[in-house]
Design a protein around this ligand. Structure first.
Ligand code: CA
Length: 232
């Protein structure tokens, strides 16, 4: 599958040489690029230019990459924006935090631009596959969610869920491995005109886990952000 040339990628990196190298390679691959050398500038460009993907260096002046990532994930309009983090070897524990905070992937410096391009393409493929499938079923371990029947079974035994619990679970199953913030879940499942607090989400997640013990370990809470269903 070829990647449409129109994809716009924002590179947030304060090391000029790396920025130029990445920019050069991405443009050679047919991507359009934008660049920023601080976290603040990166956030501004995301808002103004609406890139399709962000390459985010971890160590940045002003606001660091983790904070940028956290802010992007917290805002509903950028909650699902694909992010690849650039980290140095010594910062590896931070890159794990980065993944927890919702980066989709990370590449450790020094890296070959070829590797980075391959990761970008893989990420776009992973994200673009989803809409065409429009599944009528989701499977996770021995759990099956049948959307047409509005039914969830574990080992073929039906587990009765309320409409909200069903909605929450559907959203988690549709986005495995991605951090879903409480605001995003609230807006998706309860709707924008719902006046409840984000604690509502916590309460429902807790009930969902009680009804589905097999997901107890799989649904993880992400520090001050929201929830994630681990990839199988
Ligand atoms: Ca840096």
């Amino acid at each position: 599958m070829s990647i449409p040339a129109s994809k716009k990628i924002l590179i947030v990196e304060d090391e000029r040489d790396i920025l130029q190298l990445v920019k050069l390679y991405l443009e050679k691959e047919g991507f359009r690029t934008l660049s920023a050398s601080t976290g603040t500038e990166g956030l501004r460009q995301v808002k103004q230019e609406k890139p399709d993907l962000v390459i985010l260096d971890l160590m940045l002046p002003e606001i660091d990459g983790l904070e940028v990532c956290k802010r992007l994930r917290s805002a509903p309009e950028t909650a699902m924006l694909p992010i690849i983090m650039l980290t140095a070897k010594a910062e590896e524990s931070d890159s794990i935090i980065g993944l927890e905070l919702g980066a989709d992937d990370y590449v450790t410096k020094p890296f070959s631009p070829k590797t980075l391009v391959a990761r970008i393409k893989a990420l776009f493929r992973r994200l673009e596959r989803k809409p065409d499938e429009s599944p009528s079923q989701y499977r996770y371990g021995n759990l099956v969610m049948d959307l047409a029947r509005h039914e969830v079974t574990v080992k073929k035994v039906e587990v009765p869920l309320t409409a909200k619990e069903f909605g929450l679970l559907e959203h988690l199953l549709r986005n495995p491995g991605r951090v879903l913030t409480r605001d995003v879940l609230l807006n998706t499942v309860w709707g924008y005109d719902y006046y409840g607090t984000t604690r509502t989400v916590d309460v429902h997640i807790r009930r969902l886990k009680q009804k589905l013990p097999s997901l107890n370990e799989a649904i993880v809470s992400v520090k001050s952000l929201g929830y994630k269903l681990k990839e199988e």
